[in-house]
Design a protein around this ligand. Structure first.
Ligand code: GAR
Length: 198
């Protein structure tokens, strides 16, 4: 049966767009809702234009009460009945209550070769360490930040003249290939890792 996919984002949503554009034809899933904590997120406007249902759950009124924020997210999701959640640049930490509820059904893309560089500023940190390789990872979401079983990675070679900005742009191109490739497999129940080189 076709899987229903909720996509969470906080910003421009280019990964969401790559996922949505791939969910056609024989793809085992379809988008059911795009949810953001930011009403003005570019990704929300684009999803609306495509006729995809959208939900905005602003985190600010919850003032650090993550559990209440997640209760509001769950309520917003209920009418859309998702089978899978894809985090695509969703920049809020989730508690174990939420990640446990979605264990094995929620995946995330992160702009580093995990387990290296969890958290923020990954491109800067790669340059500071002088790494020869960089890339992105799609993984199952668990209670620990940027952790959980790895479902795919895409790797590129760092060039001598790369800046944090150029790395961000080059990695993003890989993200748009990796995330759809992983979701296709994941929605079919196939958790074998996807490995790509850029
Ligand atoms: C992407 O680079 C994604 O990997 C990153 O945010 C960007 C969102 O871009 N996510 C994280 O850093 C999560 N830890 P997008 O809105 O254009 O998809």
């Amino acid at each position: 049966m076709t899987k229903r996919v909720a996509i969470f984002l906080s910003g421009g949503g280019s990964n969401m767009r790559a996922l949505v554009e791939d969910m056609q034809g024989d793809h085992p899933a379809r988008p059911c809702v795009v949810l953001s904590n930011q009403a003005e997120a570019g990704g929300i406007a684009w999803a609306r234009e495509q006729g995809i249902a959208t939900e905005v759950v602003d985190h600010r009124p919850f003032a650090g009460d993550r559990v209440q924020f997640e209760t509001a997210i769950s309520a917003a999701l209920t009418p859309h009945q998702p089978d899978i959640i894809c985090l695509a640049g969703f920049m809020r930490k989730l508690t174990a209550g939420f990640t446990d509820q979605w264990a094995g059904k929620m995946i995330n893309i992160h702009p580093s070769l995990l387990p290296k560089y969890k958290g923020l500023h990954t491109h800067r940190r790669v340059l500071d360490e002088g790494d020869a390789q960089h890339g992105c990872t799609v993984h199952e979401v668990t209670a620990a930040l940027d952790d959980g079983p790895i479902l795919g990675q895409a790797v590129l070679s760092v060039a001598v003249d790369d800046s944090a900005q150029s790395l961000a742009e080059r990695v993003l191109v890989l993200e748009h290939k990796l995330y759809p490739a992983v979701l296709r497999r994941f929605a079919d129940g196939d958790r074998r890792p996807v490995m790509l080189t850029g």
